[in-house]
Ligand binder design. Structure first.
Ligand code: ZN
Ligand code: ZN
Length: 231
């Protein structure tokens, strides 16, 4: 699927991006650890506060996961692929940078310094935690129940981390052991199709699991494509 040689155009873009945007002090594994530990710490803290949980409160968790999948789908199909006022940096970082740094022919990072182009910036996690997840969790806490609030916070952070880990796994080297796990292999292929520049604006916007793509008809399927080539 993925040739070992990185196409010249991608190689040139990578070299320029690394020189301009990845400072000498950047540590990819520290970035990965920060994202993972903040999310896992928040999840542990929130779940530790849940007491005497009732069935209907637990039922809220799968509902939130489905909702989060919709947000992931719409955010990716919308502002990450279409420049919108106030969200231009998101478009730049995703379409103009991530999609040129990684194409379907060159999906793997070359060193841990390339993690900067895979993971969301730490400041985005802090913004998500402080300006979105915590206020919404507080609303659930006040309007529904204390458990609903803590479960909301744990689920929101869990979904954020799942997105980061799955996306990270799709950009691991081809021979990484995790690529042999069926579910990871499926998601890698799903995301690889999205990295084909002729398809990125129309197909496979989900990263974690392709519910939004299935419901909105944007899931690219090889057989259908073979019957009717994309125009
Ligand atoms: Zn990607
Ligand atoms: Zn994309």
């Amino acid at each position: 699927m993925e040739p070992s040689a990185v196409p010249r155009q991608v190689h040139t873009f990578r070299e320029e991006y690394r020189a301009q945007a990845i400072g000498p002090g950047y540590r990819g594994w520290a970035h990965f650890a920060f994202t993972s530990l903040v999310c896992l710490g928040g999840i542990t803290l929130a779940l530790g506060r849940v007491e005497g949980v009732r069935a209907w409160e637990l039922l809220g968790v799968p509902c939130m996961v489905v909702l989060a999948n919709g947000v992931e789908f719409l955010g990716h199909r919308g502002p990450m692929h279409h420049s919108r006022r106030g969200l231009r940096r998101l478009f730049e970082r995703h379409t103009a940078q991530h999609h040129r740094f990684f194409t379907h022919e060159a999906m793997a990072y070359e060193s841990s310094r390339d993690f900067k182009m895979v993971l969301f910036p730490p400041v985005l996690l802090l913004f998500f935690l402080g300006a979105i997840a915590t206020p919404l969790a507080a609303l659930c806490f006040l309007l529904i129940s204390a458990n609903a609030g803590w479960l909301f916070l744990a689920t929101a952070l869990g979904y954020y981390l799942a997105y980061e880990w799955v996306h990270f796994s799709t950009h691991l080297p081809r021979d990484h052991w995790s690529a042999r796990l069926p579910f990871v292999r499926f998601l890698r292929r799903h995301h690889q199709v999205h990295h084909d520049q002729s398809r990125m604006g129309r197909h496979n916007f989900n990263i974690t699991f392709p519910l939004g793509d299935a419901l909105c008809g944007t899931w690219w399927r090889e057989k259908r494509e073979q019957r009717r080539p994309a125009g």
